[in-house]
Design a protein around this ligand. Structure first.
Ligand SMILES: *[C@@H]1O[C@H](CO)[C@@H](O)[C@H](O)[C@H]1NC(C)=O
Length: 180
């Protein structure tokens, strides 16, 4: 009887410990610290600010933070698509910049459904496909930015947007990797 009680008590402590280990120290700070250590291009400060921008992140576990990060990329990419559409309406736009912007529009329009698929794959523990999907959205941001570099004197109007998507997808990839 005493032994059983002891076991029960130990089990309770164990549960509290697990809960503490999984629920508490997995704050945004420690997740972003681990993520930015695993990817030298990922900024810790960007990661913290981005995840904190969603109030759900305060009570989210690691998996929740992963989903939140992908959702941030989806809403970001959606905003970028409408920004590009606005830029394309400008009649005075340089013809070269226009062709690149059109490519960027295609890239980001494709990235949105791909990121939505990534949420489902991540939820169903298909970390491989989630990684492939998020990586392709990350590639969209660098392909878009590189397009403007192909002609001297052309300045990318999307540097901040591409940088933000790159960082957001880097957060997702680092978190997906933690489940791998
Ligand atoms: C994209 O996300 C970043 C980080 O959360 C934010 O600072 C930026 O305003 C967002 N951009 C758009 C166009 O939604």
């Amino acid at each position: 009887m005493g032994y059983f009680f002891y076991l029960t008590l130990s089990f309770l402590y164990f549960l509290l410990f697990i809960n503490g280990a999984i629920g508490d120290p997995l704050t945004i700070g420690s997740t972003c610290k681990a993520a930015s250590q695993s990817d030298s291009k990922l900024s810790y400060d960007f990661c913290v600010a981005a995840l904190k921008s969603d109030p759900k992140s305060r009570t989210a576990d690691l998996k929740g933070l992963g989903i939140i990060s992908i959702e941030l990329s989806i809403s970001n990419a959606t905003n970028v698509v409408s920004n590009i559409a606005k830029l394309l309406k400008d009649k005075s736009i340089d013809p070269f910049a226009k062709t690149v912007l059109e490519d960027c529009l295609d890239l980001y329009s494709d990235a949105i459904p791909t990121l939505k698929e990534a949420v489902g794959k991540f939820n169903s523990k298909d970390y491989y496909q989630a990684n492939v999907d998020v990586s392709s959205a990350m590639d969209a941001s660098s392909t878009c930015e590189d397009g403007f570099k192909e002609r001297k004197g052309v300045v990318s109007p999307l540097t901040k947007e591409n940088h933000d998507i790159f960082q957001l997808t880097a957060i997702s990839l680092a978190i997906i990797e933690m489940f791998h």
